[in-house]
Design a protein around this ligand. Structure first.
Ligand SMILES: [Mn+2]
Length: 308
């Protein structure tokens, strides 16, 4: 489904203080870009290269960004992918003249990976830092190949950014695909009650997320062919969740019982210093999470880097 959208076509210029709004398509974008899949090996290499990045984020100097953008990246175990990702993304996003921060949301090993839950937590955590307008839900193993793929959110509809992927032979696998990299305004995310928390392991949460968009009477915007191209980093195939079709089939009745509104967690300090540990409160039992469910969530990659 590929609806029409006008959000990014409007060319309003406003002044905030002495700075003008950053251009819609910043000067210096070139379209197709080279993707470097080489691991920079150390966190220090990235920190030195991107010394301008503070607390995982960036604010353009000479203009006011059109939106404040939080990039949410669920994470577990793939340190090498994360270094490659950050090395690529910071250059990419700064060039787009966005005010943004990258949030790495890490999950403890106690339960199977739950991508949707981690996005819900990341959304709430990011809003404690800043009044973000736009959220990008991003896999760590996907790297944009075209800098005209602007990481902002159309105000009138959700956006699917990762239209064609290297590991799918650069084809969209099916029209309702909304996985990989997607973007929503704060209001749109609240209107779909975020992601379901019920999908553990691989698969299903992105299709449920798409269904929620439809049930909220929205449609998905995709950029023109060639812009939404992504390189993929290789990894061992994750374990598919065999229960996903059953959970998906109950998605509509669960939409307002299972999602953003039902993610509760409390903050705890741990001996692991910079890593913060979250535990859902017992209410989360109602959305299928066990009582011993725990998540480690470094708010930004500096937290993950620690003193290394
Ligand atoms: Mn993958």
């Amino acid at each position: 489904m590929c609806g029409r959208h006008y959000g990014e076509i409007a060319t309003l210029t406003k002044t905030e203080g002495r700075l003008t709004t950053c251009p819609l398509i910043p000067i210096g974008l070139v379209g197709s870009i080279t993707v470097n899949k080489t691991d920079p090996q150390t966190w220090t290499t990235i920190e030195q290269k991107y010394s301008v990045i503070k607390d995982g984020g960036f604010v353009p100097e000479n203009c006011t960004s059109r939106q404040r953008v939080a990039i949410l990246v669920p994470f577990r175990d793939r340190e090498s992918h994360l270094r490659i990702f950050l090395n690529h993304m910071h250059a990419f996003l700064m060039k787009q003249q966005l005010e943004y921060a990258i949030y790495v949301i890490e999950q403890s090993k106690d339960f199977e990976f739950n991508r949707g839950f981690l996005f819900n937590v990341g959304f709430k955590e990011a809003l404690k830092d800043s009044d973000y307008d736009c959220f990008v839900f991003h896999d760590v193993d996907l790297l944009p190949e075209n800098d005209h793929n602007i990481y902002t959110c159309p105000v009138d509809q959700p956006k699917h950014l990762s239209v064609i992927l290297e590991n799918w032979d650069y084809k969209l696998p099916y029209d309702a695909n909304f996985g990989g990299v997607s973007a929503m305004t704060k209001e749109q995310y609240e209107a779909v009650n975020g992601f379901s928390n019920s999908f553990f392991g691989w698969g299903g949460e992105d299709d449920d997320f798409y269904n929620r968009v439809v049930w909220a009477n929205m449609s998905i915007y995709r950029a023109i062919t060639g812009v939404g191209r992504y390189s993929s980093l290789q990894h061992v195939t994750a374990t598919e969740n065999p229960a996903r079709y059953k959970i998906l089939s109950k998605g509509k009745e669960q939409m307002w019982k299972d999602g953003l509104r039902f993610v509760f967690h409390i903050l705890k300090d741990t001996d692991e210093s910079k890593v913060k540990l979250y535990e859902p409160q017992s209410d989360t039992q109602t959305c299928g999470l066990g009582s011993n469910f725990q998540r480690k969530i470094p708010k930004r990659y500096q937290d993950l880097i620690g003193d290394m």
